[in-house]
Write a protein that binds this ligand. Structure first.
Ligand code: PMP
Length: 360
């Protein structure tokens, strides 16, 4: 067996000890005589797996008691509509911050339900920075303010939390959740597709302040009502049981790594190393201003797009895959989530230097 370094943006690399444990437990989970994927979601075995995963996630993120943690499906895309459906609560207006591709998608979907206004944007800079908070034209009567703390495609990240006062803050943390400690109490709602830093695709995490749920837009499907999921322990319908179990194993792995404060240190070190190599090269270039650079997704371009194919082919030969940038922007992108070991970043930096020597 040979594992390679997988820099894919998602689905993405999983921690190897998690895969090994899943493999060991695949046929017979803890003497139950069956695989987790064969269990009834309402049986005591799966209920214990589900409860442990939630407890571990709550501990990792220090989730306050007045927040519900939901294990859902539909990806972040479903959340783009569920958020207005659930959080407008009779209001017609919601504020959105536009820092790139994923923000834009969230805005477009919200516009189907409300007056979704872009109150800050970095479009004029080509999405290479976070718009300075002083210039945001927020509304005090907005139902919520939505932003994307980490833009997975552009590699632009907030390293601060906007202060929206009484307006609930809603965050698409798909590609940054669990990369560092966060103060959950600053948010009204946090959501994340699992397939980057949490586990396999198919699971979506939602952490929501309980006073914000229970009043949906008329016509909202029952299965899109957070309160219904909260009241049923995320088992109103059949949840993605195996993905939930694997996410639980990831949470336990994070605990063995020292929790999110320890992850933050490693993540920052990994990102610093890669950006330093890019900046020092004079060959590779990352367009994002240093204060807004993502710890998780590092896009970079070569001096000539003609070299892209050679870079990707030779990287693959060196055991480094998933480096092609998003089809909408081209170039390269290295996603270096929690599960990417520092040795993977070292290998990438080494390969990049070698490639530059040959082609620079
Ligand atoms: N938001 C962000 C920040 C993302 O990175 C992604 C996936 N790349 C999405 C939303 C969409 O997620 P999904 O495909 O799970 O709907």
């Amino acid at each position: 067996m040979s594992r390679i370094y997988n820099f894919s943006a998602g689905p993405a690399v999983m921690p190897e000890p998690v895969l090994e444990r899943a493999q060991a437990e695949l046929l017979d989970w803890h003497g139950s005589g069956m695989s987790v994927m064969e269990m009834s979601h309402r049986g005591k075995e799966f209920m214990s797996i589900a409860a442990q995963a939630e407890a571990d996630l709550r501990e990792l993120l220090t989730v306050p008691d007045n927040y519900k943690v939901l294990f859902m499906q539909g990806g972040a895309h479903a959340q783009f509509s569920m958020i207005p459906m659930n959080l407008l609560r009779g209001n017609k207006r919601a504020d959105y911050v536009n820092t790139g591709s994923w923000s834009k998608k969230a805005v477009a979907e919200a516009k189907r339900y409300c007056d979704a206004q872009v109150v800050a944007s970095s479009q004029d800079s080509g999405f290479t920075r976070i718009p300075a908070f002083a210039g945001w034209t927020r509304h005090d009567d907005a139902a919520y303010l939505h932003y994307t703390p980490n833009e997975t495609i552009g590699g632009v990240e907030f390293h601060w939390i906007p202060d929206t006062g009484d307006v609930p803050l809603v965050a698409d943390m798909s590609s940054t959740i669990l990369s560092r400690p966060i103060d959950v109490s600053r948010f009204g709602l946090i959501y994340a597709g699992a397939q980057k830093n949490v586990g396999p695709a198919g699971l979506t995490l939602v952490i929501v302040r309980e006073d914000l749920i229970g009043e949906t837009l008329p016509g909202t499907p029952t299965v899109f009502d957070y309160k219904v999921h909260a009241d049923n322990g995320s088992m109103y319908n059949t949840p993605p049981t195996y993905a939930w179990y694997l996410a639980g194993l990831v949470f336990q792995w994070l605990q063995t790594q020292g929790g999110l404060a320890a992850m933050a240190q490693v993540n920052k070190r990994k990102a610093d190393k890669l950006y330093a190599a890019i900046d020092a090269s004079g060959f590779y270039r990352n367009p994002v201003e240093p204060a807004s650079r993502s710890w998780m997704n590092v896009p970079f371009v070569l001096p000539d797009a003609e070299l892209d194919d050679a870079f990707l082919t030779q990287a693959r030969e060196a055991g480094l895959v998933g480096l092609k940038g998003h089809r909408s922007v081209g170039g390269m992108r290295a996603s270096i989530y929690n599960a990417m070991p520092e040795s993977g970043v070292d290998a990438l930096v080494g390969f990049m230097a070698e490639f530059e020597r040959r082609f620079g």
